[in-house]
Design a protein around this ligand. Sequence first.
Ligand code: PLP
Length: 380
Amino acid sequence: MTKHFDTKTVHFQQDDGEKNKSKTKPIYQTSSFAFKDLNDMEEYFQGGKDHLYTRYSNPNTDDLGHGVAQLEGAPAGIATSSGMSAILVGVFSVASPGDHMVVPLDLYGGTYQLFQQELQEWGLQVSVVDFNDPLRVEEAIQSNTTLLYAESVTNPLLRQEKVEKLSQLAKKHGLRVMIDNTFPTPYLIQPYTQGADLVVHSATKYIGGHSDVSAGVLVGTEDFIAAAKKKMINIGANLSPFEAWLGCRGLKTLSVRMAKQSENAEKLANWFKRYSDAAVVYYPENLSNKGNGAMVSIDLGEAYDINAFFESLDWIKIVPTLAGVETTISYPLNTSHRTIPVEVRQQLGISAGTARISVGIEDADDIIEQFSYALNQAQK
Ligand SMILES: Cc1ncc(COP(=O)(O)O)c(C=O)c1O
């Protein structure tokens, strides 16, 4: 059949079928999948074909969900447009309006906002309690409670949640447990294997690892993930194929990045403990036998000028994010935890002197040199 110029501009590509095998997974940068005929399309609805429309599923987004699920030891997973949307569809999969959830004081500010504002407006009741005290958690459980939510390592003060204990408590009361495992990643901790029903990630962070992608991943039981996927499709919280592809590329180096970044972070935390006697150093202990994570938080207190400290860092960028291969620093008071009520921040210990350091893969001596210089400059 003849093709005129205008037709040729859009129908120039050759279908090479299986002829050219790509070493890496191609990016299925398509909004939809094509079918031979109506029977072929019907096959999708009968379960005989994997993909119909990218908002529903796509080979690249599937890869990311399955990849993280495997690392977490969970049977199923989906990738979503952001960490926030992964949390949202996770909650939607286990809770309905009128239900109640119990969450800790020390939550990432965005999550706190999602629970306190959007989900409460949707009809969910939320109790915020101090998870340091298991009795408080148990006391907060009501007849309509369905979910306990926590972060495995908290943002920004790096408190370790006792996931196994929380899961035991949840089982006792017939509740679900959802854990945000963004900070330690499955390289260090696998909350699903410790009894959590759902595990969520801001894949924007260590899963992607290069600060070039916004994405979320939710993993868990087949049933919950199927329910969450339905919500993701209906809300339109799907991830783009290219972002998923970047997330997968990042995931391939998760182990080497986490090993090096945790090693560097341990050195930096120890250095801070030795040489900055006025600063409080937050760094997990005995988190896993592979290390204690790549985040170090400090509180410079009154002895240092926090502005001078931030200003004196040279190649360490000030950013409102974490987990890239470069060492960066953030100021939780004015960014990630800006929306947390003042009294909650005070109770937690997030102060005007708190800085959160995301340790990268550089030479540890160079990282320490930067902070040594900044501390000297900042000393009052
Ligand atoms: C622990 C934690 N959970 C969830 C999120 C939200 O992720 P995203 O920004 O990818 O939506 C963040 C973002 O900083 C986070 O630190």
